[in-house]
Write a protein that binds this ligand. Structure first.
Ligand code: AMP
Ligand code: ZN
Length: 475
């Protein structure tokens, strides 16, 4: 089965076909770096790591770009209020650059702890000002933007007149903005118009010269400019949290397509929220939010959070709960214990995989191809381990390692480290000698070596096929 994914543009699960197979271009809206990224943010970023790995599992080569917004995202997504980064900078008595650098570092450290593959490029907004200005010039030249004293605005009415605005959210403009009080700058032709570039804000610390005067970019234009610079005018997949559908992504489409007259995105993919027990979205504005660094203190490994997110579909809300995290930790422990139990012969390069394991590989693959059904894929991987124990056949280890390319738990490395840490070189030598003694049917010597190993603190379990398992006894 080819890969299928829910496209917000069509509101259906579609078969995925990239423009230039085997390459897939993927743009993912990234963080605004004015506070630490919370576990809700990482739920969304993890979804795209699963997506990317699932596409690679299918044989695609994925070129992912993710922006880091270090200027221009105002406290309201509607371009009202203060610049989020400058607000933190003033509160902490730092420069905007210091704030952005600090939170970018935290973000990247957590990214790596979750074993997410880094995109081909993280692109910072402040390093792409020239591209943004060039894109705005193109939009003005095409007649979809106008320059005023307070900024350059996108002309939503003009775009809507061509029946184009609202395609993604399927809402009228009034519906899209319901609940948000739009700031009606007297310069705007229409309250729905949004800023491409902000002018005449002398208190804003970061300013760049432009043909219209000094100022700073709007948040939406950043993504369009960086996405098109690195991935071309039409991108295969664009991702983001569901909150981006009605404003940010609608605006990205409008800006990009009015400049290029080409479809900006072929598949829009959106993730659902991580919510608290009351069902409320975990958000920075709520003041208190869970961080990855909170988990180890509660006995939860960052990779257990990875499994926790894998155990829900990207389009379903996920409730953040102790029980859920503990269950995920239990699954991580189960995979790790299995990894330690795999005997050396089953983990040796070129070890043969039994026929029964192939079915699990297929089922895992099918689950991913079916709109990234990660909970089902996880169930298959857990079943593979259970079946190995039932059959007392560890030959499925290479299959589990193949699935781990998407699970991302680094089980192979874990096994090496765990065994390396627990089996000393002396003991390994005795184990090798014992394997040789058993092969040559010298059972007396094998028994003596067993006793020596037991005295050294190892449990020895012989398998019928001639192999053996060694584990350090818990003390
Ligand atoms: P921000 O740094 O606020 O721009 O958010 C970065 C990404 O995290 C965006 O794609 C948001 O849609 C996403 N996001 C924010 N809050 C949550 C949440 N509670 N659950 C899942 N994703 C979220
Ligand atoms: Zn974006």
């Amino acid at each position: 089965m080819p890969f299928h994914i829910f496209n917000t543009l069509s509101r259906t699960v579609e078969e995925f076909t990239p423009q230039n197979p085997p390459e897939v271009t993927l743009y993912s809206c990234g963080p605004t770096v004015y506070l630490p990224q919370h576990l809700g943010n990482f739920r969304t970023f993890l979804c795209w790591d699963f997506l990317k790995r699932a596409l690679k599992f299918d044989g695609y080569r994925v070129r992912q770009v993710m922006n880091i917004t270090d200027v221009g995202h105002l406290t309201s997504d509607e371009d009202a209020g203060e610049d989020k980064i400058e607000k933190t900078a003033r509160a902490e008595g730092k420069s905007p650059l210091e704030v952005a650098n600090h939170y970018t570092e935290l973000f990247l450290a957590d990214w790596d702890r979750l074993n997410m593959e880094r995109p081909e490029r993280f692109s910072r907004a402040t390093e792409h000002i020239a591209e943004m200005i060039a894109l705005i010039e193109k939009i003005i030249a095409a007649g979809y933007a106008y320059v005023t004293k307070s900024g350059v605005y996108f002309d939503v009415e003009k775009y809507r007149g061509e029946n184009r605005f609202g395609r993604l959210s399927r809402q009228s403009l009034d519906e899209q903005h319901a609940g948000n009080r739009l700031e009606h700058s007297p310069d705007k032709h229409n309250p729905h118009d949004f800023a491409l570039w902000v002018l005449n804000q002398p208190n804003h610390i970061l300013q760049w010269p432009t043909p219209w005067g000094p100022g700073y970019p709007g948040w939406h234009i950043e993504c369009s400019a960086m996405a098109m610079k690195y991935l071309g005018e039409t991108i295969d997949i664009h991702t983001g949290g569901m909150d981006h559908i009605p404003i940010h992504h609608e605006n990205e489409i409008a800006q990009s397509e009015s400049a290029t007259h080409k479809p900006f995105v072929r598949y829009f993919v959106h993730s659902a929220f991580l919510v608290g027990k009351t069902g409320a979205k975990i958000s920075k504005s709520a003041g208190k939010f869970p961080l990855l660094s909170d988990l180890p203190g509660a006995g939860i490994d960052p990779l257990a959070f990875r499994i926790f997110c894998f155990s829900a579909k990207y389009r379903s809300e996920l409730v953040f709960s102790d029980d859920g995290l503990r269950a995920a930790q239990g699954n991580l422990d189960y995979f790790r214990e299995f990894s330690r139990n795999v005997p050396p012969e089953a983990a040796a390069p070129g070890a043969e995989t039994p026929g029964w394991a192939a079915d699990y590989y297929e089922r895992f693959h099918e689950a991913l191809d079916n709109d990234l059904n990660t909970p089902q894929a996880l169930a298959v991987a857990l079943d593979l381990v259970a079946e190995s124990y039932r059959r007392k056949d560890f030959g499925a280890w290479p299959t589990l390692i193949a699935l781990d390319a998407v699970l991302g738990l680094e089980l192979s490395r874990y096994r090496e480290t765990a065994l390396g840490a627990t089996i000393s070189a002396d003991a390994q030598k005795l184990m090798d000698e014992r394997a040789e003694a058993r092969r040559s049917r010298n059972f007396q010597q094998a028994d003596e070596l067993r006793k020596q190993l037991e005295t050294m603190g190892y449990e020895v379990k012989d398998n019928r096929d001639g192999g053996a398992e060694y584990r350090r006894r818990q003390v």
